[in-house]
Unconditional design. Structure first.
Length: 94
């Protein structure tokens, strides 16, 4: 399970870097942080793990989720700042 979480994290962060607009960001959010996302399935599957493994896997899953949420927020802010800058430049040209 920890390997699966590492794979999810790498894949999500790689795809997030490719998101170039709000539509792509929202699609990314649904894919990686939504209810039917693979990460949500891992969190739901914690109850099926042996009791001694649950705390470590749960902690790692929450770390991954927190990292993805923070990265999403930073990326969204970056895209919005870029759009605002482009708008200001366009208005300056008009």
């Amino acid at each position: 399970m920890p390997d699966r979480l590492d794979t999810i994290e790498r894949s999500a962060l790689t795809d997030l870097d490719r998101a170039a607009d709000d539509g792509a960001l929202q699609a990314w959010k649904v894919r990686f942080l939504g209810r039917s996302a693979e990460l949500a399935a891992v969190l739901d599957g914690l109850r099926n793990l042996p009791k001694p493994e649950r705390p470590a896997v749960g902690r790692r899953a929450n770390e991954v989720k927190g990292q993805l949420e923070a990265s999403f927020g930073r990326r969204r802010e970056g895209i919005q700042a870029g759009l605002m800058q482009a708008q200001l430049q366009q208005e300056a040209l008009d």
